[in-house]
Design a protein around this ligand. Structure first.
Ligand SMILES: [Zn+2]
Length: 749
């Protein structure tokens, strides 16, 4: 018998490969017969025969049968569909396309095509990554799971992890190319804290040592900074050049460069670039550059996410949060015998004009009152949108369902909308585990004293928070398999209703509402001379909870808070652009430079210094008294810039490109300039990739050298003093402006 944690799983032809991490630290490989199924539905069942008898199709298929399945979430009965098991699990899309070619549009419908085979296996077998399991017979795997995905105190193995860094031999200011030879390699061992340096006479020797060191350490997780986009493609290229088979996984198979470098894709109105991924069989390669979840919640968050959403680590670490959410929904769909559409199907319910106007208002209720306010409390609802979906049973198939035409469960303000009285929706079902576990993890985090445990619970609740945050956007996302805009609209309507009740409750309690958006409100006592204790706010919180039926928490009471105007319009406040100081002296910042990732470090650090000074004040008057000191700090930074004593690294702007490099010819902005310069030197950015540049000659609008990409900068590069000084001034104004304080143009040097 083998017992241990299910560490990795992937499909190989008509088999599944599993890696089990045992308590003694060893990892064992298992293999089982299984292949991925796709499903075909048709009104004319005789088409099934046409499919099965087709020669091309039978080349892909290992077995077939006709089964009852729900074609859609809204169906009230099952229909007979054709199940086709693949000879090679990884060829589902190819097979589906071949079938599609055989028929006229609409004659057939195809399901479960673009679901990762390992995920389908997890759903079918009811297992998940890191599940503790026992297997009695290696030759025919039956999962005996001694673990529960609902558990909040599961035991985990001790993993051996390394970080791999490769340094090509290049001159300063040159972009590394695949033709550059390897300079040296570092393997940082997290288990021992040691770093192995590999520097040898020849590249062949470097590879020899690299493979030996990795085999000796035998890591489970291998972290890189940019393994998908550079480190591994580069290593593979160098290995090929030296006619070496590069083996870094646990299986004896050399790494192969992916056919495609990657793809650009849209998500929430922005474009991103995903490089093709490099998988190391038996180990998990985590590209820290290509992993949102690792950046937000570390490995502990990833473990929790992979378990709950039932995705292998390789995929889970790179997946968008929306992908994780859909995997969780696919699991519940599979349990309900519902098929997963290949292409989205549910369409929008036609709306009348008034409904459109109300619907499009989204979650915005009360614009912030710009300027500075003293003694303001912020209250935030806990996971409000997902809680609404769960509590109000909102899902694609429960809003405007076909089974309850005269339902008494209505949607506020939207007269023609109603909710199902008979069935629990798929989305509320999937949200339940996320909401419940997050609540428990938060409680555990706040109650344990052990710092390490506290951190683990916090990482797990953070990972769940992100899935919950996305769950709403995903509900209305047209490309989501089980999404539907009407469900999205219903949630917004409930949200507005809840916020309006919240504001009313605040006003009854003699509070003025300064700003309300989505799931937060900021309130100030109307009579500002009364001294309020924590109790007054707790009472308000309790009343809001009674009035709305949803959990709200007191984020804190600000000594003062500034709502910052939009950059283009001084009168209109921008939601999510504010800064303030809580009573305990901690700062909260949103949307201003110190928090923004695209802002050069020099400015964000500088603004943080000013904000730290402000954090020590108690009143608006204190800030005004402090102004000469701020002016002083400004002067010192201005001097650093003017004397060129700021390093280039601190002046880098970071920007995600919105289109491919060759679409940037039209306007000569500093960004376009940098992109074209980079292209000229052999690095062509695709839509969604990250550009980093320094401004060198901002005001020469015809110049081709207004800015320089960081890759091309060297010790002779000179930044544009005038432009950077102007930005320093703007960054200062963001935090002094709300107090009505204006900087002198030329401060004392
Ligand atoms: Zn119904």
């Amino acid at each position: 018998m083998i017992s241990g944690w299910l560490f990795d799983a992937y499909a190989k032809n008509n088999k599944m490969v599993f890696w089990i991490k045992q308590k003694n630290g060893k990892t064992t490989r298992l293999e089982g017969e299984w292949s991925h199924p796709i499903y075909v539905a048709a009104d004319d069942k005789s088409l099934f025969k046409t499919i099965i008898e087709n020669e091309i199709i039978s080349g892909f298929v290992s077995s077939h049968q006709v089964l009852p399945k729900y074609e859609s979430l809204t169906d009230s009965s099952e229909s007979l569909v054709l199940q086709l098991r693949l000879k090679d699990s990884n060829k589902a899309v190819k097979l589906a396309s071949e079938i599609e070619k055989m028929f006229r549009f609409g004659q057939i419908r195809i399901y479960n095509v673009d679901v990762l085979p390992a995920q389908t296996y997890f759903y079918e077998q009811d297992i998940f990554p890191l599940a503790y399991c026992q297997i009695y017979d290696k030759s025919s795997i039956k999962w005996n799971i001694k673990d529960d995905v609902w558990s909040t105190d599961y035991e985990l193995p001790i993993f051996s992890n390394v970080h791999l860094r490769v340094f090509p031999k290049i001159d300063e200011g040159k972009i590394p190319r695949y033709t550059d030879r390897i300079g040296h390699i570092e393997i940082q061992n997290y288990m021992t804290g040691e770093t192995v340096e590999i520097e040898e006479e020849s590249e062949a020797d470097i590879f020899g040592r690299l493979m030996k060191e990795i085999a000796d350490i035998n890591p489970d997780f291998m972290l890189t900074d940019d393994g998908d986009s550079f480190t591994f493609p580069y290593l593979i290229e160098r290995a090929n050049h030296n006619s070496i088979n590069l083996e870094l996984g646990k299986e004896k198979s050399p790494l192969i460069k992916p056919r495609k470098e990657g793809t650009s894709y849209f998500s929430y109105g922005r474009i991103f670039f995903k490089p093709s991924t490099i998988k190391l069989p038996g180990r998990i390669h985590i590209d820290t550059d290509n992993s949102f979840i690792i950046a937000e919640s570390g490995l502990q968050g990833l473990y929790e996410l992979a378990r709950i959403c039932r995705m292998p680590f390789h995929t889970a670490s790179r997946a968008s949060i929306g992908k994780c959410m859909s995997s969780l929904q696919f699991y519940y769909a599979t349990k309900q015998n519902v098929l997963i559409p290949w292409k989205p199907t549910l369409s929008e319910h036609p709306k009348n004009l008034e409904e459109l106007i109300i619907a499009d208002r989204g979650g915005m209720i009360l614009e912030p009152r710009i300027g500075v306010h003293e003694k303001v409390a912020e209250l935030d609802f806990v996971s409000l949108y997902p809680s609404i979906m769960q509590k109000m049973n909102i899902s694609a198939e429960t809003v405007l369902c076909r089974c309850c035409l005269d339902s008494k469960l209505r949607v506020p303000q939207l007269d023609s909308y109603y909710r199902c009285e008979k069935r629990r929706g798929l989305v509320p079902k999937a949200l339940e585990i996320l909401l419940t576990k997050r609540k428990i993890y938060k409680k555990l985090r706040n109650s344990v004293s052990d710092i390490k445990l506290k951190k683990i619970y916090d990482s797990r609740q953070t990972a769940l928070k992100w899935v919950l945050v996305t769950s709403f956007g995903y509900l209305g996302f047209n490309n989501a398999k089980f999404g539907r805009i009407d469900a999205h609209i219903a949630v917004c309507a409930f949200d507005r209703e809840i916020l309006i009740r919240t504001m009313r409750t605040a006003e009854w309690n003699e509070f003025e509402v300064l700003h309300a958006i989505v799931d937060s409100i900021w309130v100030q006592k109307k009579d500002r001379h009364t001294n309020l204790s924590q109790n007054n706010y707790e009472r308000l919180k309790d009343e809001i909870e009674t009035e709305t039926g949803f959990d709200i928490s007191l984020e804190g009471v600000y000594k003062w808070i500034a709502f910052v105007p939009s950059k283009d319009n001084d009168i209109v406040g921008v939601p999510n652009r504010y800064f303030g100081v809580f009573e305990d002296g901690t700062l909260k910042l949103r949307g201003i430079e110190a928090r923004r990732h695209d802002c050069p470090v020099f400015f964000s650090n500088y603004q943080q210094i000013i904000l730290n000074m402000l954090a020590e004040t108690d009143t608006v008057n204190d800030v005004i008294t402090m102004f000469p000191k701020i002016q002083d700090v400004f002067g010192k930074h201005l001097k650093l810039l003017k004397e060129r004593r700021v390093s280039l690294n601190e002046l880098v702007f970071t920007k995600r490109t919105s289109k491919n490099y060759d679409k940037y010819q039209d306007r000569n902005t500093v960004e376009n300039n940098a992109i074209l310069n980079l292209h000229g030197e052999g690095k062509s950015l695709r839509a969604g990739e990250i550009l980093k540049y320094i401004i060198i000659d901002y005001y020469r609008s015809n110049s081709k050298k207004r800015s320089i990409p960081i890759e091309l900068a060297n010790s002779r590069t000179k930044y544009d003093v005038k432009r950077y000084c102007e930005i320093l001034k703007e960054v200062t104004s963001t935090v002094t402006g709300p107090f009505g304080l204006m900087l002198k143009n030329e401060p004392a040097m």
